[in-house]
Ligand binder design. Structure first.
Ligand SMILES: C[S@@+](CC[C@H](N)C(=O)[O-])C[C@H]1O[C@@H](n2cnc3c(N)ncnc32)[C@H](O)[C@@H]1O
Length: 244
């Protein structure tokens, strides 16, 4: 539908009718030629700015999918680069695609839930998450942010890309709201649910959620080139003096 090698409309419909995990398992082999994969131009710039704040021993890309973020963030990790995702199919694809990824830190890919990760308190220097906030229900966002804060070491950073909520006059806002309404009906009628909603974890709400758990938050504007110029890079840092 988006690319000759990408999924057809029938395949995308099949994916949407499956639950979130089965849907991604089905899409995995063709995911990188869909617009759902975070573009390299965004990841490259995000990694470049994050690197200016120093390398880390262990970094984790949450909801890593086919490894788009890990490819750019692995060189920032000196000891281990980790990826966590719920979809087995996406992780298998990530393993294949990351075989030639730059960097020397061993890569570990794990199946798991971003809301309940297997990591110990304060185990990681960096957590990233790209293109996946629509899969976290708004009611789960406080728990999601608390979990990231818990697994980061003092001084550790949570790095992500989001944007400002569109104004009410924006046609995009109403298209997204329409999509969300259809998804709510789909999820009321069909199980397992396909959790995918637009307009979530945007600014300023995402900033408030991070600050509420104790992060110091920096929002960087004007760091991405067109057509991504409205996107903002957020670096939420667990204070150096925080309890591990
Ligand atoms: C749109 S893809 C983004 C993948 C990649 N981060 C990127 O930017 O290209 C979303 C990914 O989130 C994963 N996912 C959804 N909900 C999740 C959860 N609760 N915990 C872990 N992974 C999840 C899906 O399996 C999928 O691989």
């Amino acid at each position: 539908m988006f690319h000759p090698d990408g999924p057809s409309l029938r395949e995308l419909t099949e994916q949407a009718l499956s639950g979130t995990d089965a849907g991604y398992d089905l899409l995995a082999a063709k995911f990188d030629v869909t617009p759902f994969r975070t573009p390299d131009a965004i990841l490259e710039r995000a990694a470049e700015i994050t690197r200016a704040g120093g390398t880390v021993r262990r970094g984790l890309d949450l909801c890593c999918g086919t490894g788009a973020g890990l490819r750019w963030f692995r060189p920032l990790c000196t000891e281990r680069a980790l990826g966590l995702d719920r979809s087995r199919g996406m992780l298998e694809e990530a393993a294949r695609r990351l075989a030639d990824a730059p960097g020397a830190a061993p890569i570990t890919l794990m199946q798991g839930d971003a809301l309940e990760t297997p990591f110990r308190d304060g185990q990681l220097g960096l957590v990233t998450c790209f293109g996946a906030f629509g899969h976290i229900l708004e009611t789960d966002e406080p728990r999601f942010v608390r979990e990231i804060y818990r697994i980061l070491e003092p001084g550790g950073r949570f790095v992500f890309v989001t944007s400002e909520r569109p104004p009410v006059t924006s046609p995009g806002l109403w298209i997204a709201k329409g999509f969300n309404a259809v998804m709510r009906v789909r999820n009321a009628l069909l199980k397992p649910e396909f959790i995918m909603y637009y307009l979530t974890f945007m600014l300023p709400g995402a900033r408030w959620l991070c600050e509420a758990v104790g992060f110091d938050v920096e929002v960087k504007s004007g760091v991405f080139d067109k057509p991504f110029h409205r996107a903002k890079l957020v670096i939420a840092t667990k204070p150096a003096g925080a309890k591990r």
